[in-house]
Ligand binder design. Structure first.
Ligand code: HEC
Ligand code: HEC
Length: 159
């Protein structure tokens, strides 16, 4: 009983002390801004429910195990050489305000169509195949293509 009491009073004392000691300027610096509570956008790694059950606004990834969305989003970001905010409003991932997000849905459907129609369902053509780290893939080769180096002749190659 004494132990419990002394623990409680120690806590109360500690809290009071912290309140008194904390300097004003530090308090304001450390006070988190209203939206600082940036929790992870992703579900638990073990969550394999259909994405539309785990997330709020899933239209093209219906049926995808929810824990695979993270890999795909990071792949899209890298394939286009952009930040997540190219398609999203940070922290409000379900919103559809950005045109790029809707374009990405079309692109996903197109890429699936290419796999089905031309590669026996294999994803041989991906976002990266076209985009190569660019927002808009290049239509034409560069004006002055780099000349190939002549192949070095192997000594004793029988030429
Ligand atoms: C090229 C555009 C694009 C990029 C880049 C992108 N996303 Fe997405 N994201 C989408 C689209 C499109 C959807 C909706 C998919 C659907 O409708 O099934 C989505 C859905 C999501 C969702 C589910 C939101 C919900 O509750 O419905 C999260 C979370 C998310 N993205 C996070 C990210 C993060 C974090 C990144 C960066 C690592 C990222 N995205 C990069 C286009 C993008
Ligand atoms: C067959 C080639 C091809 C593939 C595959 C492809 N894209 Fe694209 N994508 C394009 C082209 C070409 C454009 C530019 C169209 C234009 O000039 O407006 C584009 C434009 C976009 C844009 C709009 C960019 C902007 O600046 O407005 C987004 C977003 C996008 N693609 C996302 C994706 C994602 C995500 C994937 C994979 C799921 C993908 N694309 C796969 C060819 C492709």
């Amino acid at each position: 009983m004494t132990k419990v009491w002394s623990f409680a009073s120690a806590c109360a004392f500690g809290a009071a002390l912290a309140f008194v000691v904390a300097p004003g300027h530090l308090q304001s610096q450390e006070a988190p801004p209203a939206n600082a509570e940036q929790k992870s956008p992703w579900v638990e790694g073990t969550d394999s429910r259909p994405a539309e059950q785990a997330y709020m606004n899933i239209k093209v990834f219906t049926g995808l195990p929810a824990n695979r969305l993270e890999f795909i989003m990071k792949n899209w970001k890298d394939s286009l050489g952009v930040q997540c905010t190219f398609c999203h409003i940070k922290g409000e991932w379900e919103r559809d305000d950005k045109e790029e997000k809707e374009t990405a849905r079309h692109m996903k459907t197109m890429t699936e169509g290419i796999a089905k129609s031309y590669f026996n369902g294999k994803f041989d053509v991906t976002c990266y195949t076209c985009h190569h780290g660019e927002e808009k893939p290049a239509k034409n080769p560069p004006a002055a293509p780099v000349k190939r180096q002549p192949r070095p002749v192997q000594p004793g190659a029988g030429l």
